[in-house]
Every structure is written in C-alpha cells, then in structure tokens.
Write a protein that binds this ligand. Structure first.
Ligand code: ADP
Ligand code: MG
Length: 371
C-alpha cells in the first residue's frame, strides 16, 4: 500500500484544510485551535449530533464504511487526523492512499488493542502491570493463577471510561465474570494499588522534536476522569522519568501529533515507581488544563505538529486544575460562570446523560514566584 505522502512532506499554509475523523468534544476543540491559526477544518463523523460539526463550515456525516464519503472527504482536505483511536483500519487505509494521515496508521494498530499496546511498551523496557492474554474461561483461570488477585479483566478493544472492565477478587465466580465481559479477546492485568495516577501529554513533530507538558495528576470517579491538576505533586526526578517515558513512546511510534500516556505511580520499599497504564494516540481529557493554564494548548500543539509547523514551547501559568462537568453537573454552568478565575468550556452536547462529558472548568492559581 502506497501512502499518499509522508509526514515530513506536510507543510500547511494558513487557509489550508485539516480533516478530522470523529466529531466529539476533542474534535471540536482541535477545530477551534486550528481556526485561531488561520487553518480550516472539515469534520467526518457518522453522528449527526456531533459537537464538532457546530464549529466548522464543512461536515461530512457518513459511516466510516462509506468509501465514497471517505474519498470525497480526503479530496477536500490537505492532511487528515483523528480525535479517537478506534478509527476502523479499512477507513484509515482508504484515506492514507489519498492524503497523509497523522499520526500514522501503525499507531492505531498498536493502540487499538490493549495486548498489542502492552507488548509494545514492554518491548521498550518500560514497566506495566503484569498482564496475560485471555481468550476463554480456561485461559482466565490460568491467567489468574499466574498473575494473582485482585486483577482487572479488560476487553482488548473498544474500552473507554472504564467500560469493558471488571475487577476480579478472591472468591468471585470467574466463569461468571468471563461470561459477563462478553468477548473472546481480553487481557487480565494485575490490580495496581497505585498511590496516584498521572499522565504526560507529549507532542512530536515530523522532524522528531518532542515537547511534553508538565506532568498532570488525575483523579477518577466511577472510572471517569473527574479532575486533573498540573503540575502533579511528585518529586522532580519522577516527573522527569514520566516525561522520558512519554518521549520514548512517541519516538518509537514515529509519532506526529499529540499523544497522552496514562501512568500509575506506585510506592514500594525502594521508593516511587512508574508503570504505564495506557496510551491515547490523540489529545486527551487530562490535557484540557492547557487550554487556559498554558501559553499553548494541547490542541494547538497537535495542529502545529500535523501541519508541519514548529511546536510551541508551552509556559504554564501557575497551578492549574481542570474539573470535568459530567452528566447533570453541567446544569450548574451558571454557578461556575460566577466563580472568580474560572474558565468554563461547554461542549454543546444535547441531553446530559449520566457519565457523559458535557464540559469542563479550568482554574489557574498564579504561581507567586512568577508574579
Ligand atoms: N491494572 C489496574 N490496576 C488498578 N487500577 C486500574 C488498572 N487498570 C485500570 N485501572 C483504573 O481504571 C481506570 C480506567 O482504566 P484504563 O485502562 O485507563 O481504561 P479506559 O481509560 O480506556 O477506560 C484507570 O484510570 C484506573 O483508575
Ligand atoms: Mg484510561
């Protein structure tokens, strides 16, 4: 398969058009960042209610299996990117034959499958939770014998916000857990009694330059990100190691754009240790603080990287928090609007269903040392 162009040949000019696959809030915020740089976006999404459609002039509302729609979309844009990792391989292949797709398609292969992703991280010599491939009730029993309990069973594909996961504890009915997960393709991971969860948002340009934002600390509620804080309250040496891990992953993937690496910080006898949890080949919820808390946002970094422009050197404005507005919490938006120093972002989604990310709020506390 001949790719339409390699990343190092992409060099957009203001007025050029970026194609974004996926129409959620991440696509919307990417398009807004592109607009600020004089770039246009066209969004491709099968969902007519896509929040990203509201902020672009041209939207392609079609299924990812619609070859004609994909071809028309590719013809209309100069470079193609995506805001979610589950872009079907066939769609990515059709598009890549016509226009550069960044990050490259191999990235999708690795990150769409939790087993391939863990194998990849392990090959780089980076720590992960102990894990095993699970394809049947019998192999689940074998995996539990190897890894121990508690453990987390996860579908290899299509999991998000904790969906497609089950914690298995001593005394559980393993056959029942296997039947309930409803797939033949899963992995079992050792449950990590982490001290905290952190993430690194890294950008890599086509010429191999990498810029990481300050390490972010993340708090989940019901498996959904509730709050992020930057910088993470961890020792400098650990923060440096986290950034090095993200950089090594981006480089090994020959990545162009922004990616997020989710990590666990584990405290043991020899001190704190980092394990990689997962890689998101896209802008990430834990990087939303950069919209108002840094001189360059993760969205702008991604746009710069895929446009073939120089990456920014982001300056953080202080101690930043990002609070997600999930489900009904968005109904409090007027209250948030009156909080001094708070910046409110609403995604323009319709009904606030439980667990749905509806918006977020950033708050910056200026660093007294910087005043
Ligand atoms: N092996 C594990 N040990 C402890 N907690 C875990 C483990 N795997 C996942 N979790 C918890 O569940 C959350 C969601 O899991 P994750 O693998 O990141 O899937 P996703 O974000 O795709 O739903 C993590 O952020 C973490 O809080
Ligand atoms: Mg995750």
């Amino acid at each position: 398969m001949i790719e339409a162009a390699t990343a190092d040949r992409v060099k957009l000019k203001p007025g050029d058009t970026i194609g974004i696959l996926g129409g959620g809030q991440l696509g919307r915020m990417l398009a807004l960042a592109a607009a600020r740089l004089g770039l246009r976006c066209q969004v491709f999404s099968p969902d007519p209610d896509s929040p990203a459609f509201d902020v672009v002039l041209n939207a392609a509302c079609a299924e990812y299996a619609d070859v004609e729609a994909l071809e028309l979309f590719a013809n209309d844009v100069d470079v193609i990117t995506y805001e979610f990792e589950n872009v079907p391989a066939a769609a990515a292949m059709i598009l890549a034959a016509r226009r550069p797709v960044l990050p490259n398609r191999k990235v999708l292969e690795t990150t769409q499958d939790r087993l391939a992703e863990k194998d990849f991280v392990k090959r780089l010599g980076i720590g992960t939770a102990a894990y095993a491939d699970v394809t049947s009730a019998a192999s689940l029993h074998a995996a539990i014998a190897k890894i121990g309990l508690p453990a987390v069973l996860k579908t290899r594909r299509f999991g998000y916000d904790g969906k497609g996961q089950a914690i298995i504890r001593e005394g559980d009915n393993f056959d029942r857990v296997w039947a309930d997960i409803g797939t033949k393709s899963a992995i079992l991971e050792a449950f990590i009694p982490f001290e905290r969860e952190i993430s690194v948002i890294a950008a890599r340009s086509a010429n191999g330059e990498v810029e990481c934002f300050d390490v972010t600390e993340n708090e989940h509620r019901d498996h959904i990100l509730k709050m992020s804080r930057a910088p993470a309250a961890i020792p400098d040496a650990l923060a440096l190691e986290a950034r090095r891990i993200a950089e090594a992953i981006a480089t090994a993937l020959d990545y162009v754009g922004v990616l997020a690496v989710e990590m666990f910080v584990l405290e043991d006898e020899s001190g704190p240790r980092i394990l990689v949890n997962e890689i998101a080949p896209r802008v990430h919820n834990s990087g939303h603080w950069t919209l108002d808390g840094a001189s360059i946002s993760q969205f702008e970094q991604h746009i710069r990287a895929i446009a073939g422009w120089p990456l920014g050197k982001p300056v953080r404005y202080g101690a930043v928090t990002m609070t997600n507005l999930i489900g009904d919490e968005v109904l409090d938006y007027e209250k948030w609007l009156t909080v001094p120093g708070a910046t409110v972002h609403l995604y323009g989604k319709g009904a606030p269903r439980p667990g749905r990310k509806m918006g977020h709020v950033t708050q910056v506390e200026a660093d007294p040392a910087q005043k």
